[in-house]
Design a binder for this molecule. Structure first.
Ligand code: FMN
Length: 500
């Protein structure tokens, strides 16, 4: 030893067995070449799972003087392209100015800063970079170097974005939504949950859904629920729950297990739709239907019977004409009662409606052709006849109704009705057009349907259009009314097809 300081070295010691004895072997590595300005050897910095960079901020344009392996891996830029340049080369077209200005200001003030911003790799791909900049102060208190950490937080950003989207939808949803962890502790409730149950988010979070449990379901019900969802399946049923003030309410509930990348269940999302109102509406419909179908219909039949008796036995032509009018009107009333029954049937059947091959529409039209031999009814199918219309089993009444309307209200010598079916390439819907040459459906009447509400001043003259609208809507489709050329109307039903 001559007393001179040698090069900076790192000593690595490890036990070795030599000559049947244990020795400590020490290896000295000369790191003078690799010593970084931070005082840490290069290879140590390369062990870290984050990008590390060092810039000399006293030099012109604050060039990078060091980057670790992870920086190269993260950005795709080789060292020789990067050292000597300012790190802003990572920024691109969609990098926002705000985080950039924040970094600039922090460096100017010699302060630390963390920002998340869009950066771009050498291959042009974007990643969300969390950049942390720390000034390195030397013994004299001056800052010559800045240490930068780069972390790819794209996944986290995506997760945050998905969360934000979910939250936006959940906050606006008409259904009550709550999310629990795997053990069933509530982590999130939406505003509808708060309204429906009377429990605020603050009161509900941290609790078990037992909070809203009523005694209306037995233990077996809940055992089955847990068995279903812990097996990773969606559970769906009608449940009676209890609000904070003790009232019972009925919901249609769906519980969906949420899994992570590895397929493990991390959360459960519960979606509850209040069916108390729906049940009420169904009850009203049932009662109205019974009254119309039985009480009104029976009375109408009696009235018609007496009117017929009068018509056959009265000599006075004026009174005979009056009796005939009574009979005609009775028939209209009878028809209305039938329609109501059909609408009620639609509500009952919509839940388990079957799909229907497009080709079956030909049969529906054929039946109408037989019923109205005086009309000229044509059908054209420009679609694969085997294609299945979703819930298409409900469709017949909407087609019958449109054809009947077109025949009954027609003002031409011959009622011409064309039923055209096509499947436009760009949609997943089949279009069924029913065109006629009649006087056209009055737009005021159609407006009531599209507005969706009858007022005492504007009410639709019949329930036929409602029947069409409800049927097509119930099977997941939409109805459109346009003018036919040269006269009449075209009703277009856009109905979804089954995609397998
Ligand atoms: C050590 C260090 C590392 C940096 N790392 C990044 C980075 O990864 N991504 C980035 O967009 N900017 C980074 N910057 C910021 C830019 O180099 C620059 O300071 C910023 O764009 C503001 O300055 P300007 O307005 O002159 O471009 C870093 C800066 C320093 C000093």
């Amino acid at each position: 030893m001559n007393g001179k300081r040698g090069p900076p070295v790192v000593a690595l010691s490890s036990p070795v067995v030599w000559d049947d004895r244990e020795h400590i072997q020490t290896t000295f590595i000369d790191i003078s070449e690799r010593l970084s300005v931070s005082g840490l050897p290069d290879y140590a910095l390369n062990e870290v799972p984050t990008g590390i960079s060092i810039a000399d901020i006293t030099r012109d344009d604050q060039p990078l003087i060091y980057i670790n392996d992870m920086f190269v891996e993260l950005t795709g830029y080789p060292r020789e392209e990067v050292i000597g340049t300012n790190c802003r080369f990572l920024q691109g077209e969609r990098t926002r100015e705000e985080p950039v200005a924040k970094m600039r200001a922090a460096i100017e003030a010699r302060e630390p800063v963390t920002v998340v911003l869009r950066n771009y790799r050498k291959d042009g791909s974007m990643f969300w970079n969390r950049v942390t900049l720390t000034p390195i102060t030397d013994e004299t208190g001056t800052v010559r170097y800045y240490l930068g950490f780069q972390e790819d937080v794209s996944e986290q950003k995506l997760y945050e974005k998905e969360q934000a989207i979910f939250k936006k939808h959940a906050e606006a949803a008409e259904q009550a939504i709550f999310i629990t962890d795997r053990a069933g502790t509530i982590e999130y409730v939406n505003p509808t949950f708060e309204r429906m149950t009377g429990y605020s988010a603050e009161e509900a979070i941290g609790q078990s859904p037992r909070l809203i449990k009523s005694d209306q379901q037995d233990d077996r019900f809940y055992t089955e629920l847990w068995e279903t969802i812990t097996a990773g399946n969606i559970w769906e049923a009608e449940v009676i729950n209890r609000t904070k003030s003790g009232e019972l309410y009925k919901v249609h509930q769906q519980i969906v297990p949420i899994t992570n990348d590895r397929g493990e269940i991390t959360h459960f999302a519960a979606i509850e739709r209040d069916v108390t109102d729906t049940r009420f509406a169904e009850q009203v419909l049932d009662v109205m239907n019974r009254v119309l179908r039985h009480n009104v219909r029976t009375s109408v039949n009696v009235i018609d019977g007496y009117a017929e008796l009068l018509a056959n036995n009265i000599e006075d032509p004026e009174l005979r004409a009056a009796a005939r009018i009574i009979r005609e009107r009775s028939e209209v009333l009878e028809k209305i009662s039938d329609r109501t029954a059909e609408i009620q049937g639609l509500f009952k059947r919509r839940k388990d409606a079957k799909s229907l091959p497009v080709g079956n529409i030909v049969e529906f039209v054929e039946r109408n052709r037989q019923q109205y031999p005086e009309a000229d009814i044509d059908v054209q199918i420009n679609a694969n006849t085997d294609m299945e219309i979703k819930n298409g089993g409900l469709l017949q009444s909407a087609i019958d109704e449109a054809i009947e309307n077109a025949v009954v209200h027609n003002d031409q010598p011959v009622a011409k009705i064309e039923v055209r079916v096509c499947k436009p390439e760009e949609t997943a819907d089949v279009h069924i057009e029913i065109a006629d040459n009649g006087p056209g459906i009055p737009s005021a009447e159609w407006e009531i349907i599209t507005v969706g509400e009858e007022t005492p001043l504007v009410h639709s003259s019949g329930i036929g259009l409602w029947l069409i609208y409800w049927t097509v809507t119930a099977l997941g489709g939409a109805v459109e009314l346009t003018e036919n050329d040269p006269r009449g109307s075209v009703l277009t039903y856009r109905v979804p097809v089954v995609i397998d």
